[in-house]
Design a binder for this molecule. Structure first.
Ligand SMILES: [Cu+2]
Length: 164
């Protein structure tokens, strides 16, 4: 009887560790949260500058993540530069319904270690996404990330261009 319990317990531990490893590979170190309580790689969101801001808007009858093209300039790494500070993205849904914010290096060809952030933002809600610099290692070869709403195919796609 004890052996059975022990094997069940060990099985559960294996499942738990296995899934957490898979999760870490998929999502890297990017963290989603509120400004007051969120943190990424040990740094509270409140201690970081907001690098980018995306808002779900209705533009000319189309739903879109505004702006359509955002630029993230990581070239200045010197004394007055960001010195490896994580990136902080502010995401606001100014529309009526739920909308998805999906940020990825590319759709079909993205490897399991490439940056993938996928969240759902409620109407009127603001979320913050903290991304460690190390997560952009595999992204910057492409230098162009897409922002999509994974809930609605008609939601216009936006771009995040990275200078590094
Ligand atoms: Cu949408």
């Amino acid at each position: 009887m004890h052996k059975v319990l022990l094997s069940v317990l060990l099985g559960l531990i294996l499942i738990a560790t296995g899934s957490s490893v898979a999760f870490a590979l998929q999502s890297g170190g990017a963290m989603v949260g509120d400004l007051a309580t969120g943190s990424v790689v040990g740094q509270p969101f409140t201690s970081l500058d907001v690098d980018l801001e995306f808002t779900a808007l209705n533009i000319g009858g189309k739903k879109a993540w505004y702006p359509g093209t955002a630029i993230l300039d990581l070239r200045n790494q010197g004394t007055l530069g960001r010195r490896g500070q994580p990136i902080l993205i502010k995401v606001t849904n100014a529309l009526d319904g739920d909308h998805g914010f999906s940020l990825s290096a590319d759709s079909a060809f993205a490897g399991p270690t490439s940056l993938q952030v996928k969240i759902v933002v409620k109407p009127g809600e603001t979320k913050y996404i903290g991304i460690p610099m190390s997560d952009l290692t595999f992204v910057t070869a492409a230098r162009n990330m897409t922002v999509k709403c994974q809930l609605h195919a008609a939601h216009l796609t936006s771009h995040l261009v990275i200078f590094k």
